[in-house]
Write a protein that binds this ligand. Structure first.
Ligand SMILES: NC(=O)c1ccc[n+]([C@@H]2O[C@H](COP(=O)([O-])OP(=O)(O)OC[C@H]3O[C@@H](n4cnc5c(N)ncnc54)[C@H](O)[C@@H]3O)[C@@H](O)[C@H]2O)c1
Length: 371
């Protein structure tokens, strides 16, 4: 199969969808890989590493789309890319269709085969192509929180781990899923005093077993959260209710109960946030202050660490890319139910129920395009 890897053109996106290692794996299986000039450079991969791995470089994005039977990307196509996508072309990337009607219309019109990373789903309901980005964001939440606790950045001026003879900071993590667990590990490793809250008792039991002794697990409810915030230095919001807006677990009136310079990192901001006063921010201007409380609410945290994020993402996406290339999309999806869940819009038909429901479009069963 001929595979194309365009350079991401969405604002501030430095990741690339295929590494030189992935290029080598695909070319070893007899496929041809075209990479756009400088596509990997912001993730640490110059053109020469792709050519050494058997890839070929093309100058323009148009050449990549023109030649490829399968496009592998990171972010959803933006308007400039809509007309480059061809009938029958596989486009394997994050789409997040349900939040963007123009993209849905453009992909229906293109008659391409749109396979969305975010809906690839294993039997146990886990989302293997979302997990790596949650891992990055969870770990990063503590790194960012520690930084913004510094006085020159308007934080309280407290060192997360304290020093001998001085108590460490109190870190509260609300939500003990992928983001929360990784955040707890980082905060615990920095020797902070960590409390992690969840409503899932089985999850709390598991966390209690695997996390170190400086992490306390606690059932999440308003009473417990209100009690904790008065002594908190860093609060991480990491709640997810699948398919719904995150609940506001920290409301505006609670800010007055916190000490000035407390830092709030709302990782869940991409789902509406679990802290009422959080609004999405960017890496250029990541924080704002309300009532002396520092709010960090970057909606695309992994974008700041493309070296790590590209490797974490491609470690997860490559195996499916290889199946698509080796078998063609129909056979690959028939043989791998997790991958078949990624089919969203195919040949002008909406085959993912969530997308059809979001815009009142006709839903067609994926089996109608697979046979
Ligand atoms: N900002 C970013 O760059 C970025 C990056 C990755 C993920 N995220 C977001 O981070 C959030 C968390 O993702 P995840 O992968 O950890 O999800 P997850 O499903 O693994 O974990 C969510 C956890 O929240 C818990 N929860 C639900 N209601 C709760 C409540 N009232 N109190 C406490 N806990 C509660 C659930 O039981 C679950 O354990 C999501 O909104 C995700 O989209 C943001």
């Amino acid at each position: 199969m001929i595979i194309g890897v365009p350079k991401e053109i969405k604002n501030n996106e430095s990741r690339v969808a295929l590494t030189p290692a992935g290029t080598q794996a695909l070319t070893a299986n007899g496929h041809t890989v075209y990479v756009q000039d400088q596509a990997g450079v912001n993730s640490g991969f110059p053109n020469s590493e792709y050519t050494d791995a058997g890839g070929k470089i093309l100058d323009t994005i148009k050449e990549v789309y023109d030649v490829a039977e399968m496009i592998i990307k990171v972010k959803e196509p933006i308007e400039e890319e809509y007309d480059l996508i061809k009938e029958g072309q596989i486009v394997y990337t994050y789409f997040h269709f349900a939040s963007h009607r123009p993209l849905v219309d453009a992909m229906i019109k293109s008659k391409a085969v749109c396979i969305a990373y975010e809906t690839v789903e294993k039997k146990d309901g886990s989302l293997p192509l979302l997990v790596p980005m949650s891992e990055v964001a969870g770990r990063m939440s503590i790194q960012q929180g520690a930084k913004f606790l510094e006085k020159p950045l308007l934080g309280k001026g407290i060192l997360l781990g304290g020093v001998p003879g001085v108590a460490p900071a109190n870190v509260i993590i609300i939500g003990g899923g992928i983001v929360g667990t990784q955040a707890a590990k980082m905060a615990a490793g920095m020797e902070a005093n960590v409390t992690i809250l969840d409503i899932d008792l089985d999850r709390l039991r598991y966390l209690e077993d695997i996390l170190p002794a400086n992490v306390t697990t606690l059932y999440s409810n308003q009473y417990n959260i209100r009690k904790l915030i008065a002594d908190a230095d860093l609060i991480v919001g990491a709640v997810l209710i699948p398919g719904a807006k995150a609940p506001n677990l920290i409301t505006k009136d609670m800010l007055k109960d916190m000490r000035p310079g407390t830092v709030l990192v709302d990782v869940a901001v991409d789902q509406g946030g679990c802290i009422e006063t959080c609004k999405p921010t960017t890496h250029e201007d990541p924080t704002f202050i309300i009532d002396d409380i520092v709010h960090y609410c970057v909606a695309n945290m992994p974008g700041a660490v493309p070296y790590t994020s590209t490797l974490a993402l491609t470690n997860a996406t490559l195996q499916y890319a290889i199946q698509l290339a080796d078998k063609g999309w129909k056979k690959a999806c028939k043989e791998n139910a997790a991958l078949a869940k990624g089919l969203n819009i195919v040949n002008g038909k909406v085959v993912y129920k969530g997308v059809a429901d979001a815009f009142n479009l006709k839903f067609q069963d994926p089996s109608s395009v697979l046979n």
